[in-house]
Design a protein around this ligand. Structure first.
Ligand SMILES: NC(=O)c1ccc[n+]([C@@H]2O[C@H](COP(=O)([O-])OP(=O)(O)OC[C@H]3O[C@@H](n4cnc5c(N)ncnc54)[C@H](OP(=O)(O)O)[C@@H]3O)[C@@H](O)[C@H]2O)c1
Length: 243
């Protein structure tokens, strides 16, 4: 299996590339700056490393990269500095998702391509009645106004839910929603839930980036798991250690 990873130079993207390669998968990774990508990974024989910026690739280039892959994962996110949050492109995640989906549809592969979008527990799944307090609704409303990356994450997830939809011969998708991301040295126990089990704003849990990468690897490798979660927005939390 070959997977195209977007945002492969990011904190989660790098871990995903590493876990996919260690799991024996082939990986195509698009990064803006090859020199900032770990050398230990960049020389792996199962990795094709492409220098480029996802929104600046031509349609032909993108469709060529997508063509050889049976899965695409987006770990894209706005850089957490003033330029990344308030500068252009404000629609990075949505536009990359749209472009990749258009490239997949144009290629008309024999089998549907799996697309995983890394999102956030603060993004709701409007297909489900997810209970959110009035206070949380107010804060999320403010985030939409004040934090463009939040709106971008919502729009990207909504594009998959509403425009790609559940019945699509070319694309099967899943929106993975981590809670507060943390770094940890190794994969630990974690759980997936169809909807948040705690408030993303007032009582957030933790999700390690290692566990996000591991969940993605297993969702792509295990067809039963994929069928269980595809078309949904699973929320991923680290399991709490009982004292
Ligand atoms: N922080 C949290 O607690 C939290 C919780 C839940 C979900 N999330 C979401 O999780 C996702 C990934 O998180 P992370 O911490 O792994 O992200 P990260 O380390 O910031 O990585 C972001 C990736 O996106 C790329 N990128 C940024 N701007 C770009 C642009 N204009 N064009 C092309 N590529 C661009 C970066 O490339 P460069 O290396 O070239 O900059 C990098 O590869 C984000 O969508 C975030 O919203 C975060």
């Amino acid at each position: 299996m070959k997977t195209l990873v977007l945002g492969a130079s990011g904190a989660t993207g790098k871990l995903l590339v590493q876990q996919l390669l260690e799991g024996g998968q082939q990986v195509v990774a698009i990064v803006r700056n090859i020199s900032s990508f770990p050398k230990t990974l960049s020389q792996h024989s199962n990795l094709e490393l492409i220098q480029g910026s996802i929104l600046q690739l031509s349609d032909i280039e993108l469709s060529g990269y997508v063509e050889s892959c049976s899965a695409v994962v987006s770990c894209l996110g706005h850089n957490m500095n003033f330029k990344g949050i308030y500068g252009q492109p404000r629609n990075l995640v949505t536009e990359a998702t749209r472009r990749v989906c258009a490239a997949i549809e144009q290629n008309s592969a024999e089998y549907p391509v799996k697309f995983i979008l890394m999102s956030s527990s603060g993004v709701g799944n409007r297909d489900l009645k997810e209970t959110v307090s009035l206070a949380q609704m107010a804060v999320i409303g403010l985030l939409r106004l004040l934090l463009p990356p939040h709106l971008d994450n919502e729009r990207a997830a909504d594009f998959l839910r509403a425009e790609v939809g559940q019945i699509n011969a070319q694309i099967e998708w899943l929106v993975l929603r981590p809670d507060t991301l943390i770094d940890s040295p190794a994969v630990s126990q974690y759980q997936l839930h169809p909807s948040p089990i705690r408030s993303a704003i007032f009582n957030p849990g933790q999700t390690s980036r290692q566990n996000v990468a591991n969940a993605i690897l297993h969702l792509l490798k295990d067809e039963t798991k994929w069928q269980q979660w595809r078309g949904q927005f699973p929320v991923i939390y680290n399991s709490e250690i009982k004292k």
